[in-house]
Design a protein around this ligand. Structure first.
Ligand SMILES: [Fe+2]
Length: 364
């Protein structure tokens, strides 16, 4: 009856409008499985995103007998420009209550705000859900930084709807800044859904945040490709930190930590350990990492190092805390709440049940 799919979609949209129904972005048979969420938030612009399942694809070793089915997903987005700094915006992304959300744009200059950091949400979905519930209950963040390993395998489209379902109530009220973990497998899905490059930075009030991709194992197939990437990123980070010396604070975020209390993983990330000198040189006050599924806090040469990989993945022992630098290590699920009040920063690590694990004050 219809000439083509586009005509059918157009007529459906017209019918919905005539009926006074909320404008739905998806065509018949499509459903929204993720979002809305907001990425690339700057003082003047932001990108509202949501993910649509357009169908399903199956595979099996015999014709007509599918053994595995995966959803086909498409990211939708709306870019908003000309925004004002330090302002709360309310958006309506795809119609209906489910499509509504809000976020703040970063304030300019020294100010007061709150953000949270967590990571390794890839498995034990019930635990992931309890961490997000705890964030919603015990914190009131303007933005969230995810330290990577959002899902178990970034290439598997059956996992992203689970991530977005669990994160839904949080993501629709914050600005989201992700970082790449090894479990994203450098998948194009990560880039599509997060609209994030491997490394980038942003400013929020007097705080400068640099997000880097520590997962060099997946950036290339040869050692030469991996080293080329790492050298480029390191040059970028050095310039970035050098150019942010006027900020009140400089924080760095990545997936792999420079040090760990997990015995079997000690010495695993020499590329990250090699950045410690740069952190000192450019007065980075704190680094936030994941990859190890527990909570760890170190203070080394004036730099705080937090490992907050307690978002759901199976817990690891903290059996050999590095001597001389360990402030607190605990084998527990967690997220980290950071309160910035002008030139004072308070960090609080929190368990899903609301119990405080550790607190720290960071000064310039
Ligand atoms: Fe990891």
């Amino acid at each position: 009856m219809f000439d083509n799919y586009r005509t059918m979609r157009l007529l459906t949209l017209c019918a919905l409008l005539l009926l006074g129904c909320p404008l739905a972005a998806q065509a018949p048979g499509e459903k929204i499985i993720g979002g809305p969420y907001v990425v690339n938030v700057g003082p003047r612009s932001a990108r509202v995103m949501w993910v649509v399942q357009t169908g399903e694809s199956s595979i099996g070793s015999e014709p007509g007998k599918p053994e595995k089915r995966v959803p086909i997903l498409r990211a939708e987005q709306a870019m908003f420009n000309g925004l004002k700094a330090g302002t709360t915006y309310h958006y309506d992304s795809f119609g209906g209550e489910a499509g509504k959300g809000s976020f703040k744009t970063p304030p300019a200059g020294t100010s007061k705000f709150e953000f949270v950091v967590y990571g390794d949400t890839r498995t034990r979905h019930d635990v992931h859900r309890s961490v997000i519930a705890s964030v919603l209950k015990n914190a009131n963040p303007d933005f969230v930084v995810h330290t990577g390993d959002l899902v178990e395998d970034g290439n598997d489209t059956s996992l992203w709807p689970i991530f977005f379902d669990i994160e839904r109530d949080l993501l629709r009220k914050v600005a989201f800044y992700p970082s790449l973990g090894n479990h994203e497998r450098n998948s194009r899905n990560y880039g599509n859904y997060m609209d994030a490059p491997p490394y980038y930075s942003f400013d929020w009030g007097g705080l400068h945040c640099a997000i880097i991709d520590s997962d060099i194992g997946n950036v290339g197939t040869t050692e030469s490709e991996r080293m080329t990437f790492w050298n480029e990123q390191t040059r970028w980070l050095e310039n970035n930190l050098q150019n942010s010396q006027k900020a009140d604070f400089r924080f760095v975020f990545a997936h792999h930590p420079p040090m760990t209390a997990v015995k079997v993983r000690q010495g695993d990330n020499p590329h990250m350990t090699s950045l410690e000198l740069m952190f000192r040189k450019y007065k980075v006050q704190a680094g936030f990492f994941g990859h190890d599924h527990n909570y760890q806090h170190y203070l080394k040469a004036g730099v705080h190092y937090f490992v907050t990989g307690g978002g759901g993945a199976p817990l690891y022992d903290v059996d050999v805390p590095p001597p001389g630098i360990t402030v607190k290590v605990e084998k527990t699920e967690n997220f980290v709440r950071v309160l910035v009040d002008g030139k004072k920063v308070q960090v609080q690590a929190i368990k899903p049940n609301g119990e405080t694990i550790d607190t720290a004050e960071i000064s310039q």
